[in-house]
Design a protein around this ligand. Structure first.
Ligand SMILES: Cc1ncc(COP(=O)(O)O)c(C=O)c1O
Length: 311
């Protein structure tokens, strides 16, 4: 097997050379923020495209700033580092890119003022994240963390205990994935994805005030629906029973991409199969991930030969 590399504090280095101590505050208290990014392989063009790199690294910088883990590397440094890393790892398949910014200070206590900020990025081949093409989901009894508990928009590593508990509970109950309600009983999101419903001719998704992560795929789906499909799109609170009665429901997210939900709490959604609006969005989405749609060409950064800093 060829050597695996990671990006570590500004340099591409051998993965085996990077160690994390059992004493690290990141390991002890989950003091970190992260991103999940995809690079899409296009077999036809024999090219790998970093997808929405600028948006992901801007969100990472903002997450780090919010939790007082700011670091000096710029968005352009991180983009260039990612392109170098994908090349060093000779990635020639669709790949997940995982950047993590963490507090590696090693004294006792969950502090964000006493800190030693490290930045690491690794890569992992990832084709489909969902185990199935159509999902049956259920609401968890765990509520989503709120903005004044652990800001969901920061993508904090510690927040994913909340996600993991919900996913564990609903998987044990036989569902494919979890849905969260907010403390105020509004539909929130999945354990690692945003949710959309199509109902009465409108595409509806919960607003940031309902404690969602402001997903980059969510933004894109809203834009595609408005500009390319001419749909009315609403960001507003959704109640659980309203979701049961939707014509279509689907997830959006970097790992989950766009994936249809065909049952919620055992209530069949629409026809029980992916609907027309979902199919239209899916076609637009997957074409643009490999630069087939000139309008969205700046979402894709080629990794090989012509790779350059920027979008
Ligand atoms: C909790 C949560 N919600 C939503 C999303 C989807 O966000 P994005 O489309 O930016 O990947 C993610 C994935 O990062 C997530 O972890």
């Amino acid at each position: 097997m060829s050597e695996s590399y990671v990006y570590y504090n500004g340099k591409v280095v051998k993965e085996d050379d990077v160690k994390i101590s059992v004493r690290s505050k990141a390991f002890n208290y989950g003091l970190g923020v992260f991103e999940g990014i995809r690079a899409y392989w296009d077999d036809e063009k024999q090219q790998l495209y970093g997808f929405k790199l600028k948006e992901h690294y801007e969100r990472l910088k903002q997450s780090a700033k919010t939790v007082n883990l700011d670091f000096d590397l710029t968005v352009d440094d991180l983009i260039q580092g990612t392109l170098d890393l994908l090349k060093a790892n000779k990635c020639r398949t669709t790949t997940y890119v995982r950047p993590i910014v963490y507090n590696d200070a090693q004294d006792i206590g969950p502090t964000l003022d006493v800190k030693d900020v490290k930045v690491v990025i690794y890569t992992q081949p990832l084709n489909k994240y969902a185990g199935k093409p159509e999902l049956s989901v259920g609401f968890s009894s765990w509520r989503r963390i709120s903005n004044n508990q652990l800001p969901p928009r920061t993508k904090a590593t510690a927040a994913y205990m909340n996600s993991a508990l919900a996913a564990l509970e609903t998987k044990r109950a036989g569902f494919d994935e979890a849905l969260f309600l907010t403390d105020g009983d509004h539909v929130c999101e999945g354990s690692g994805e945003n949710i959309f419903m199509f109902k009465k001719g409108k595409l509806v998704t919960p607003p940031p005030a309902d404690n969602i992560l402001e997903g980059i795929t969510r933004d894109l789906v809203m834009k595609l629906a408005k500009e390319d499909l001419g749909l009315e799109v609403e960001e507003r609170s959704i109640s659980r029973s309203e979701l049961y009665a939707a014509d279509e429901v689907f997830f959006s997210g970097t790992a989950m991409e766009v994936t249809p939900i065909v049952a919620v709490d055992h209530r069949v959604i629409g026809t029980g199969h992916q609907g027309k609006i979902f199919k239209d969005i899916k076609k637009l989405f997957f074409d643009l991930t490999v630069a087939k749609n000139p309008k969205y060409a700046d979402s894709c950064t080629p990794v090989y030969e012509t790779a350059k800093v920027g979008k």
